[in-house]
Design a protein around this ligand. Structure first.
Ligand code: ADP
Ligand code: MG
Length: 696
C-alpha cells in the first residue's frame, strides 16, 4: 500500500520568503521593507558592496594620513563626551599585530549595536589624535562568532534594514542558494547575451552572491545591469514607435470663452511654467490628434489649475470632463478648489466617489448621463460600470502613477477617444521621462508659485523629541498648525514602530496637552476623514497626527511644521511629498525628521535634508530604491536602475541599445516564440511593459 506522506508544496521562486527555513513571519516583515516578498526576490537581492578582506592592512602598519582597511576585534568601547557636547562612540580594535582606537563622532547609538568581542571590518582615514586614530567611513560588524573572514575571501555586504542585519541576510542567502539557483532560467536569447558579453542569469546570480574575487562579482553584476538597461531601452523604443502611430481624436475650437473667464477671475497670475503648459495643452486639444500628455510638476507647483484650463476648453466646446484622483480626500479637495475658482464663471463641479449616499450618487449619475457640459471630479468610482458619460471629451488623471494601467484605460474608454491629460507630482528627470514616456507628450512645471520661502529641514535624534514637540507647541501658540506623521496606523507585536493611533493618544494627553489634536488615517470612513480635514483647514484643529494618507494633495497654507517619526520607513520621494504639505503660505516652515536612525539611513536621508529640489531627490531615490519603488509599488512600477548606472555602465548601455534595436526590428510587439519569455517578464513586472505590450 502506498504510504501517505504529508508533502510541503514544492519550492518555487514565487514562494513567499516567510516559508523559507530560517525566515518566518517576523523576518518576512522586515524583508518586505526591503521589497523582498518571494524567494525569487531574495535571490535578486544583490550585495551593494564587497569588502575585499584581502586588502586588509595589519594594524601595526597604519600611520596618520593613510586610508586604511582593518579587521580587528573590539577589546574595549565606550561613549566619550567632547567639550562641544558632541557624543563620540569609540572602540579599541585589535588584530595580531597591534591595536588602534576607532572613533565615530556623533554616533553614540553605536554603543548599542557594537559589543566587546565583535569583529569589525572598518575602512577610513587614519589621523593623529592622542596617537593614531581610525575614523571609519564604513564598517561591517561581523559579530563575535566570526573568525575566518580573512584569507583573501570577498565579503558580500547586503542592503539591510532595522531588525534584519546584512549578516542574517547573507546567512539566509548562503543557506538557500543551492536550492534556489537551479530554479532560475535564462530567458534572454543566447545571441543577445553573447553579443553583450555577459553570463547567463543563473551563473550571474551565483557570481554576485558567492564571488571568489571582486572581479567575478562584477562579471555577475554586469548581467543584471544589462537586463535593466535592456528593459528600459526596449520600453523606450516601443513607446516611441507607438507615438509615431496616428492617434485620431477630435479638434476642439479655442473659443476663449470659459478659459478667458477663468484667467480673468483667478486670484493669482499663472506662473510662466503654468502658462506654457496651458498653451501646450490648448495646442494639443485644438489639433485633430488625440491628446496624450503628461503634466509633471513638483508638489505645490500648481497642476490643478492647469487641469482646470483644459477642462474649460472642453466644456466651452460642449463636452464633459472626468477628473480622477486617487483618494476621496483629494477628490473632495479638488471639488472645493474647482468650486471656488469656477464660481465666478457660474459653474460648479460634481463629485463622484464610492462613499456618496444613494441619492447624491444618483444625482451625479444623472449629470453624467446628460450630454450637457460638466466637470465630474471623483475617485476610481468614475470607472465603475455604473458610471456612464453621455459626451466625454476630456479625461484628467491626477497622481496618475497611483492608478493601474487598466483603470486609466477604462476611464479613457468611457468616451469616444477623449483627450487624455495625466498629472504626476513624481518628478523624474526629463531625459528619463522621455525615455519611459516616449509615447506621451510632456509638459513640465519647473517653477513654483511666487512668494514661497524655503523650508528648513533637519534630522533630529530621539533624544530631541521633547524639544521638537515643544517647538510644535510654540508654533501653534503663534497661530500656526502642524502635522506629525507616523508610518503605521496601529502598533503590532511584530514591530516596535510608533503608530499614529497610540501616539495620538499619548501626544494629546502628554507633550501636546491643551492643544487641539486630531487623528487622521486611511481606515477612517470617508466622511470622518473629510470632517477632520475640514476642521484642520478651518483652523479648529492645531495638530494633525496622521499616516501618509495626507501625502497627496492636501493644501493648508497655515500649516508650518511637518514632524515625521521613523523617517527610515519612508522613501525620499515620499518624504518630499510630505514636506510639500507645509511651506504653502507666507510663514517660515519646518520639516523635522525625528528618530534614531542608522548611519546608513542618515546618509540616505541626507539628500532630502539638504535639498528641496524634487528632481534631485527623485534622482537619488531612483538610485537608492529603483524606479518601481519610486512609483509606490515595485510590482507595478517601471524598470529602473537598482544595479545599473547608465553613465558608469556606458558600454553595457550601448550594447543594450543595439540588442533592443535588433529584437524590436524583427519583432516589434515581442510575439515570436524566442521572445515570449522576455515579453512575459516585461509585462508582468512592469506596468509600463503591460501598457506598451498589451495584446489587442
Ligand atoms: P500641485 O501641483 O501639488 O497639485 P496645487 O495645484 O495643489 O499643486 O497648487 C498648490 C497651491 O498653489 C494651491 O493653493 C494653488 O491655489 C496655489 N497656486 C497654484 N498656482 C498658483 C500661482 N500661479 N500663484 C499663486 N498660487 C498658486
Ligand atoms: Mg495635486
Amino acid at each position: 500500500m502506498a504510504r501517505l506522506e504529508s508533502r510541503r508544496p514544492a519550492l518555487t521562486l514565487d514562494t513567499e520568503v516567510t516559508y523559507l527555513k530560517g525566515v518566518g513571519p517576523v523576518r518576512a516583515q522586515h524583508f518586505a521593507r526591503l521589497g523582498i516578498r518571494t524567494a525569487g526576490d531574495l535571490l535578486r537581492h544583490v550585495p551593494h558592496r564587497y569588502e575585499d578582506a584581502s586588502t586588509v592592512q595589519p594594524i601595526r602598519s597604519l600611520s596618520p594620513g593613510m586610508e586604511a582597511t582593518v579587521l580587528g576585534r573590539v577589546i574595549s568601547k565606550g561613549i566619550l563626551p567632547t567639550r562641544k557636547g558632541l557624543r563620540v562612540f569609540s572602540a579599541v580594535l585589535k588584530d595580531d599585530t597591534g591595536m588602534i582606537e576607532a572613533s565615530w563622532p556623533g554616533q553614540a547609538y553605536l554603543d548599542r549595536t557594537i559589543q566587546k568581542g565583535d569583529l569589525l571590518l572598518a575602512a577610513g582615514p587614519v589621523r593623529f589624535f592622542h596617537g593614531r586614530q581610525l575614523v571609519p567611513r564604513e564598517f561591517v560588524n561581523l559579530g563575535a562568532d566570526d573568525t575566518g573572514t580573512a584569507g583573501g575571501r570577498v565579503l558580500a555586504v547586503y542592503p539591510a534594514t532595522e531588525g534584519l542585519s546584512f549578516k542574517v541576510i547573507r546567512g539566509l542567502v548562503e543557506q538557500h542558494l543551492p536550492v534556489l539557483l537551479p530554479l532560475v532560467h535564462e530567458y534572454l536569447p543566447p545571441a543577445v547575451l553573447a553579443e553583450a558579453g555577459v553570463p547567463p542569469l543563473p551563473e550571474a546570480l551565483r557570481l554576485v552572491h558567492r564571488p571568489s574575487s571582486v572581479a567575478e562579482a562584477m562579471t555577475g553584476r554586469s548581467r543584471l545591469a544589462f537586463e535593466e538597461l535592456l528593459f528600459v531601452q526596449i520600453l523606450h523604443r516601443r513607446a516611441k514607435a507607438l507615438a509615431r502611430e496616428p492617434r485620431e481624436g477630435r479638434a476642439f475650437e479655442n473659443r476663449r470663452d470659459l478659459t478667458a473667464k477663468l484667467k480673468a477671475s483667478l486670484p493669482f497670475e499663472l506662473t510662466g511654467a503654468q502658462a506654457r503648459a496651458v498653451r501646450e495643452i490648448v495646442a494639443d486639444m485644438t489639433s485633430p490628434h488625440r491628446m496624450h500628455r503628461l503634466l509633471q510638476g513638483d508638489v505645490g507647483s500648481g497642476k490643478t489649475v492647469v487641469g482646470l484650463f483644459a477642462a474649460m476648453l472642453a466644456m466651452e466646446n460642449g463636452w464633459q470632463v472626468a477628473f480622477m484622483a486617487p483618494t476621496e480626500l483629494l477628490a473632495e479637495q479638488h471639488v472645493r478648489t474647482a468650486t471656488r475658482l469656477l464660481a465666478p464663471l457660474g459653474l460648479a463641479p460634481v463629485l463622484l466617489t464610492g462613499s456618496l449616499g444613494a441619492r447624491v450618487r444618483r444625482e451625479a449619475e444623472a449629470v453624467m448621463a446628460d450630454p450637457a457640459p460638466a466637470l465630474v471630479i471623483g475617485t476610481h468610482a468614475l470607472v465603475s460600470d455604473r458610471a456612464r458619460f453621455a459626451k466625454l471629451g476630456l479625461v484628467i488623471v491626477d497622481e496618475q502613477h497611483r492608478f493601474g494601467v487598466e483603470q486609466r484605460a477604462a476611464l479613457g474608454g468611457k468616451g469616444d477617444r477623449p483627450d487624455v491629460l495625466l498629472m504626476s507630482a513624481t518628478p523624474i528627470p526629463r531625459s528619463l521621462a522621455l525615455t519611459l514616456y516616449g509615447d506621451l507628450d510632456l509638459s513640465v512645471l519647473d517653477e513654483r508659485p511666487p512668494g514661497r520661502q524655503p523650508i528648513t529641514t533637519a534630522l533630529r535624534a530621539g533624544t530631541a523629541r521633547g524639544r521638537v514637540l515643544d517647538f510644535v507647541r510654540r508654533q501653534v501658540e503663534a497661530g500656526r498648525q502642524a502635522y506629525v506623521v507616523y508610518p503605521v496606523i496601529a502598533e503590532s507585536e511584530k514591530t516596535d514602530l510608533k503608530a499614529a493611533t497610540t501616539m495620538y493618544e499619548q501626544l494629546a494627553a502628554g507633550e501636546l496637552a491643551g492643544l487641539r489634536v486630531a487623528l487622521l488615517h486611511g481606515r477612517l470612513k470617508g466622511d470622518e476623514k473629510d470632517d477632520i480635514m475640514r476642521r484642520f483647514l478651518a483652523g479648529t484643529v492645531d495638530v494633525l497626527v496622521a499616516t501618509t494618507v495626507i501625502e497627496v494633495g492636501i493644501d493648508v497654507p497655515n500649516a508650518t511644521v511637518m514632524v515625521i517619526e521613523h523617517p527610515e520607513r519612508f522613501g525620499l520621494s515620499q518624504l518630499h511629498q510630505l514636506r510639500g504639505r507645509v511651506g504653502r503660505g507666507a510663514e517660515q516652515s519646518y520639516c523635522i525628521l525625528l528618530g534614531d536612525v542608522s548611519p546608513e539611513t542618515a546618509e540616505r536621508l541626507r539628500v532630502f535634508v539638504e535639498s528641496e529640489d524634487g528632481f534631485e531627490i527623485a534622482r537619488a531615490d531612483l538610485a537608492q530604491r529603483g524606479m518601481g519603488d519610486l512609483f509606490g509599488d515595485r510590482q507595478s512600477g517601471m524598470p529602473g536602475f537598482r544595479i545599473a548606472d547608465p553613465l558608469r555602465d556606458e558600454a553595457l548601455n550601448a550594447a543594450a541599445g543595439i540588442a533592443a534595436d535588433r529584437i524590436l526590428a524583427a519583432d516589434p510587439a515581442l510575439e515570436r516564440k524566442e521572445h515570449l519569455a522576455l515579453r512575459r517578464t516585461l509585462t508582468t513586472q512592469f506596468q509600463r511593459g503591460l501598457e506598451l505590450f498589451r495584446v489587442g
